[in-house]
Design a protein around this ligand. Structure first.
Ligand code: ATP
Ligand code: ATP
Ligand code: MG
Ligand code: MG
Ligand code: MG
Ligand code: MG
Ligand code: MG
Length: 266
């Protein structure tokens, strides 16, 4: 077809190809979820339905995008790690970020009632997104540790805060004042001595967040190997985690396997 006189506008588009041979991480975060969680009666400090819905939406992303080898989620955020040499969308940043965000966000809405039952969705939620590139595997591991350390700090604070409010009958302002200047050991002690709550026994998903990964599994009869997307809640700050999952980021072949339609709902 002959070129139209309007076509020059196409040249205004900027090249946003991401550096080759680097780890691409997409991180999404809910917009104003402090308010969103109140508007939807999230249990405080941790609403398990909300966390499972986040995981399920992320699962849809991994199912759809084979080149995403890992997902890590906590609170209202999710990170997606692409295999290092992905050529998806020719590594165009906007295409990658927007399609991942769109798949995640629409899945969050689409599967809302699967997790929230009769609690109606009051309005369409919004997620922001960014892309960060990392040159080495060590950087990616530190990235995951950084996000998990964040869960730990926030969750210990939130658990102490909400226990003081809900069980200790303090006002939010009083609870905040009580926790001001405390270190982790102090918060653990308040929970244990005053409320008989052993923080270590809190659910792993609350303390550690969720890692979604592809695991090759052998099906019994035919012996065929398939890939299952599974969620785990282990402590990535411990070195033994990285011994156990030494090939976590080495995804050769793994994401070519057909995917087991595992539900991730219970
Ligand atoms: P921003 O738009 O800047 O991200 P935000 O209100 O979303 O603002 P965040 O720092 O992202 O702030 O924190 C998310 C908030 O959402 C948490 O502080 C908490 O109040 C709420 N939240 C998210 N997930 C849950 C959950 N599973 N259970 C209870 N509350 C949650
Ligand atoms: P890509 O993923 O590359 O965008 P695509 O299939 O979405 O692939 P587009 O060039 O974006 O291709 O074209 C969108 C297509 O969607 C149209 O060619 C048409 O087939 C279909 N489509 C979109 N809107 C309508 C509509 N309102 N009525 C009928 N068909 C539609
Ligand atoms: Mg944010
Ligand atoms: Mg947020
Ligand atoms: Mg957040
Ligand atoms: Mg189009
Ligand atoms: Mg299209």
């Amino acid at each position: 077809m002959a070129k139209s006189s309007f076509e020059y506008v196409k040249k205004f588009e900027l090249d946003d190809t991401l550096l080759p041979d680097t780890w691409i991480i997409v991180r999404l975060d809910g917009k104003c979820f402090h308010k969103f969680s109140e508007d939807h009666n999230f249990m405080k400090p941790n609403d398990i339905r909300a966390l499972k819905l986040m995981n399920y939406a992320a699962y849809q992303v991994l199912k759809d995008f084979n080149d995403v080898c890992l997902g890590y989620g906590q609170s209202d955020e999710y990170s997606f790690i692409f295999k290092k040499n992905t050529t998806l969308y020719k590594r165009r940043a906007a295409k990658l970020l927007t399609t991942i965000n769109s798949k995640f966000s629409s899945s969050y809405v689409y599967y809302w009632s699967k997790f929230f039952g009769t609690q109606a969705l009051q309005y369409p939620p919004v997620f922001d997104g960014r892309i960060v590139l990392y040159p080495s595997e060590a950087n990616v591991i530190d990235y995951l540790k950084w996000r998990q350390a964040d869960v730990h700090i926030n969750n210990l604070y939130n658990t102490a805060f909400w226990t003081l409010v809900l069980q200790g009958k303090l006002s939010p302002a009083q609870a905040e004042k009580r926790l001001c200047g405390t270190v982790s050991a102090d918060k653990n002690e308040i929970l244990f001595k005053e409320f008989n709550l052993n923080y270590n026994k809190e659910k792993e998903i609350f303390k550690r967040g969720s890692l979604l990964l592809r695991q090759p599994v052998k099906m019994d009869e035919s012996g065929a190997v398939i890939s299952a997307i599974v969620d785990i809640h282990d402590d990535m700050l411990k070195e033994k985690f990285w011994v156990k999952y030494e090939n976590l980021l080495d995804t050769k072949g793994k994401n070519k396997l057909p995917i087991y339609e595992g539900p991730l709902t219970d």
